[in-house]
Write a protein that binds this ligand. Sequence first.
Ligand SMILES: [Zn+2]
Length: 95
Amino acid sequence: MMNQKNLREKIFDLLMEREMSVSEIIRELGLDPSMRKEVFRIIESLGRIAKRKGMRVYVMPATCLSCGFTFRSLNPSKCPECRSERISEAKFIIK
Ligand SMILES: [Zn+2]
C-alpha cells in the first residue's frame, strides 16, 4: 500500500514530466478510481512544494466539449451554460 507521502512525490514527478489530468494520473499510477478526490487534494497541496523548489503548478482549466465553456472548478461534472456532461478535464503541469 502506497502511503500518502510517496503518492504525493509520484504525482509531483509525473507533473514535472508532462501535463496530465487526474484521470491520466490515476491510470498511470494504477490507482483506484475512487481516489479521484484524494488526487485532487494532493495536487492542490503541490503548489507549496513547487514554490519551495522555485517552480509552480500550472492549470489548464476544464472546458465543455459542447459549447467551449471554461470552468473555474477543477473537477466539474456538468456545464452551467449548456448542461452538457462532455467535459475535457483540467490538466496540470509543474514547471
Ligand atoms: Zn457547455
